[in-house]
Design a protein around this ligand. Structure first.
Ligand code: ZN
Length: 110
């Protein structure tokens, strides 16, 4: 059993998507979150339900930074794309989809 970093519910490892962080590059750019569906990538991993709501929760709570011990911002674009692709496969047409996209809080830089 693993805990989802978004909703914090425990699930079987096979129900969760493992996510690893590519470290920030030398130029100091933000790190990148990378989906690791096969669980093969080295290093520390965070587990997340492949669900946009869990991703939004995890981002809002900055849970990835904590789980992956990463300083600074982490770009979740690749994870979001993976989840969207995955959802499209599994849920054909979902009329009651939560309207989260607009209120997604991007990290606001001064
Ligand atoms: Zn979850």
């Amino acid at each position: 059993m693993r805990t989802c970093v978004g909703c914090r519910e425990r699930s079987a490892k096979s129900d969760l998507l493992r996510i690893v962080a590519e470290p920030p590059n030398a130029a100091g750019a933000s790190g990148t979150l990378t989906p690791d569906p096969r669980g093969r990538m080295p290093g520390r991993g965070a587990h997340l339900h492949p669900d946009p709501e869990c991703l939004a929760l995890a981002e809002r709570r900055r849970a990835f930074g904590r789980a992956l011990r990463a300083d600074g911002p982490l770009d979740a674009t690749a994870v979001q794309a993976w989840i969207e692709a995955h959802q499209a496969e599994h849920a054909p047409a979902n009329p009651e989809r939560a309207d989260l996209s607009d209120e997604r809080s991007m990290s606001q830089h001064r």
